[in-house]
Design a binder for this molecule. Structure first.
Ligand code: ADP
Ligand code: MG
Length: 707
């Protein structure tokens, strides 16, 4: 490895302050504002657009839709107007078709000296409209004379920058100048090719040196496109190679506990106590996990299955498999409510088999805790279910072999890492998530994990009917609730509480509660309320009353969101549904449709809906399929916002987008997988450059690598 690192002490890793014209002060700002630390970072600060400086606009063709313009005209006059902050220099530039205003707020005396009425100027900048007149604020301008005709121009790059940078003389144009200067210093050997020859040929990619030059300062749009393609591919490919390397080395080198046999516990449960026939998808997933855990290497697996697809039973069977092989299991849930529910379900399922199961949460009493800790250390306790309380240091296992994490996105990296450490040989990890992640995204973000999916619902489910109702139709909705309650059903009413501490949201919830009470007065109706500000016991108690059908209505915030199972609840009302994201709406809807009764989801919104909100509501009324919804979500919001992937860091591409560049992504994926299969240590001559590049740009550590 040393060999590679020494080879890399080259010009691109130079600190940015050493670039001529930067210096320590501006360097500090570049680091803080744009994350530019080195020459290489500067090159990776790509322009977000180019302006064609060969093109002139006439004043007449400028409209509010116009963005940047370049106008050549004669200066008609100028004046300093306004007071104090409003003080500005306004000049009129006229071409054959009309007049445009040029405005400056700063450097007035300098600008004034440059201006001469009657002279021809070339002005360039972003158009804004002021009092209905087109103007350019702080234009680039230069004298246009017969001796100095329009410069032979090129596509000028425009870079994102910030106000702070601008104030220190690092506007978009200065960044362009610095980048140009940097590129002129660099030789082909400085931006060395990192992709294998065969890959470049196969994908018809331009070389790396050329690509960097052309992406900043393209000769023409065709060259630009080809360079962008090359760099996008490189980004995607390098990420895929990294992930394949991780997975491959885990498969080859990681040691894991061995679940070699399917024993009595598994078989007895399967034959005698399984409450229903497993779906084919459940069977397939169990088989995948069984094979994986019988190899003597650590399993690191993501299990995806839509809400209600039956992940719990899979967890139970795998925990029995662990027990059959003499290992303890631990199941972690993100909230107390969920942990308790899992505990009840699982203890219930295993009741007849005499397998000890215990629950550990923040509110477990001291005596009980002690007992649990003892049993864990003695090895008499097979299955522990809990919240993050199970990862505290005091919790020690005798022989932990399996950790199952439900609803993974709520557990942070650090918490997971702690769990990993609880055994000499790292336990098998099964991460279960109901947040449907589009397959492309999953494979990109979690490509280093193994992946199973339950893509089939248990039989006999009635699809949930989802409708959109406006606030004005509220009383009709309440009538509907009344009928359902009369038929013995239970109702959820969910209020947005985006931030559990947000005061306004909280007040809305309380108002909603009072309002609901007015529609459904005691003693005929009883209402539970659950929200994040309640003490745990109160939450618990309210939940319990609803589960036991002492209350017919549950008014709640999204704390109810994941996993809760009350089969008799058949109506889900979502208040201010426009405020929720798609995946959250889908999760909430998943709380109903769990029993034999026909279920409904009613999305209540105000009368004014934004375009995106309207689209989200529409999608919800059209499909029940979580994966379809996730694909749409990805299209609407882009990958950075999709829940459960934000922390992965694997999707932060600078140029590429896994939605728009799906073709490139697929190619990168296939080629990378193929390459690592053939040369898992990247030792062949053709792959050496790639290997050294990977060492050079270590980048973000993938969380799943923590094991
Ligand atoms: P999730 O995947 O959302 O965690 P659960 O494991 O809570 O789903 O299962 C949802 C409901 O479906 C539970 O009531 C469970 O008992 C039931 N269920 C799971 N698998 C099957 C199956 N194969 N056949 C019938 N019902 C099933
Ligand atoms: Mg679940």
């Amino acid at each position: 490895m040393k060999k590679f690192i020494s080879a890399l002490a080259h010009i691109l890793s130079s600190p940015i302050e050493y670039l001529k014209g930067v210096g320590p002060l501006r360097a500090d700002l570049l680091k803080k504002e744009l994350g530019i630390f080195t020459f290489a970072d500067m090159l990776d600060h790509f322009p977000y657009r180019h302006i064609d400086r060969t093109k002139l606009n006439t004043v007449a063709e400028i409209s509010p839709a116009t963005d940047f313009v370049q106008v050549a005209g004669v200066l008609q006059g100028f004046d300093i107007v306004g007071q104090r902050q409003g003080k500005r220099l306004v000049a009129q530039l006229r071409d054959k078709t009309g007049t445009i205003e040029l405005t400056w707020f700063q450097g007035l005396s300098w600008v004034q000296k440059q201006l001469e009425v009657g002279q021809s100027y070339l002005a360039f900048g972003k158009i804004t409209f002021y009092n209905g007149f087109p103007q350019i604020v702080h234009p680039d301008f230069e004298v246009l004379s017969p001796e100095k005709p329009l410069e032979k121009s090129f596509l000028e790059p425009v870079y994102s920058t910030t106000e702070k940078l601008k104030s220190k003389g690092l506007g978009a144009r200065q960044i362009a100048k610095l980048t140009f200067q940097l590129l002129s210093m660099l030789k082909e050997k400085d931006i060395i090719e990192n992709l294998p020859d065969s890959v470049c040929k196969h994908m018809d990619l331009v070389g790396r040196f050329k690509a960097y030059n052309q992406v900043h300062f393209p000769q023409n749009s065709n060259e630009y496109e080809r360079s962008v393609k090359r760099l996008k591919f490189e980004e995607l490919f390098v990420a895929q190679v990294r992930m394949n390397l991780l997975r491959s080395s885990r498969h080859r080198f990681s040691k894991g506990v061995l679940f070699e046999k399917v024993g009595n516990l598994f078989n007895e449960f399967y034959v005698k106590h399984l409450p229903f026939e497993l779906t084919n998808a459940q069977k397939r997933v169990i088989k995948e996990i069984r094979t994986d855990t019988a190899r003597g290497r650590q399993m690191n697996r993501l299990l995806q299955g839509d809400v209600g697809s039956g992940k719990t039973i899979v967890a139970v069977l795998i925990m029995l498999l662990a027990a059959d092989n003499g290992f303890q299991s631990c199941l972690m849930a993100p909230t107390e409510i969920l942990a308790r529910q899992h505990y009840q379900t699982i203890a219930g399922l295993l009741e007849k088999m005499n397998i000890p199961v215990r629950l550990l949460t923040g509110s477990t009493k001291t005596a009980e805790r002690k007992k649990i800790f003892n049993e864990l250390q003695e090895g008499t306790l097979n299955i522990l279910i809990g919240t993050h309380a199970v990862i505290e240091d005091v919790v020690e296992f005798r022989n932990l072999g399996l950790v199952i994490i439900d609803e993974q996105h709520r557990f942070g990296v650090a918490q997971r890492a702690k769990m990993w450490k609880k055994a000499n040989i790292p336990p098998h990890i099964l991460v279960m998530t109901a947040t449907p992640i589009p397959r492309t995204l999953a494979m990109t973000a979690y490509g280093d994990l193994d992946y199973s999916v339950i893509d089939e619902m248990p039989p006999g489910r009635q699809p949930i009917t989802t409708v959109h109702r406006y606030e004005s139709q509220r009383s009709k909705v309440m009538d509907f609730i009344r009928t359902e309650i009369a038929n013995g059903r239970q109702i959820y009413i969910i209020f947005p509480l985006i931030e559990e501490s947000a005061k306004l949201d909280y007040e809305n919830l309380m108002k909603g509660y009072e309002n609901t009470k007015a529609y459904f007065p005691e003693p005929k109706y009883w209402i539970s309320m659950v929200h994040g500000r309640q003490p745990a016991e109160q939450k618990e108690m309210n939940m319990k009353r609803f589960v036991e059908h002492d209350t017919q209505i549950m008014v709640s915030t999204t704390v109810i969101e994941v996993g809760v199972n009350v089969p008799n609840a058949s109506v889900m009302i979502i208040e201010s549904a426009e405020k929720f994201g798609l995946s959250q709406l889908h999760q909430l809807r998943g709380r109903v449709g769990r029993g034999a009764e026909k279920s409904y989801c009613i999305l209540l919104t105000g009368s004014k809906l934004g375009k995106d909100a309207f689209e989200r509501i529409n999608i919800m009324t059209q499909t029940n399929n979580g994966f379809e919804i996730a694909e749409k979500d990805l299209e609407i919001r882009g990958p950075g916002e999709i829940e459960g992937t934000r922390q992965s860091g694997a999707l932060n591409f600078k140029l590429a987008s896994i939605v728009q560049d799906k073709g490139l992504l697929d190619a990168a994926k296939n080629i990378a997988a193929d390459l690592i299969e053939k040369d898992p240590d990247l030792t062949s001559a053709e792959n050496l450059q790639l290997k050294s590049f990977l060492h050079y740009r270590k980048g973000a550590v993938m969380w799943s690598k923590i094991s």
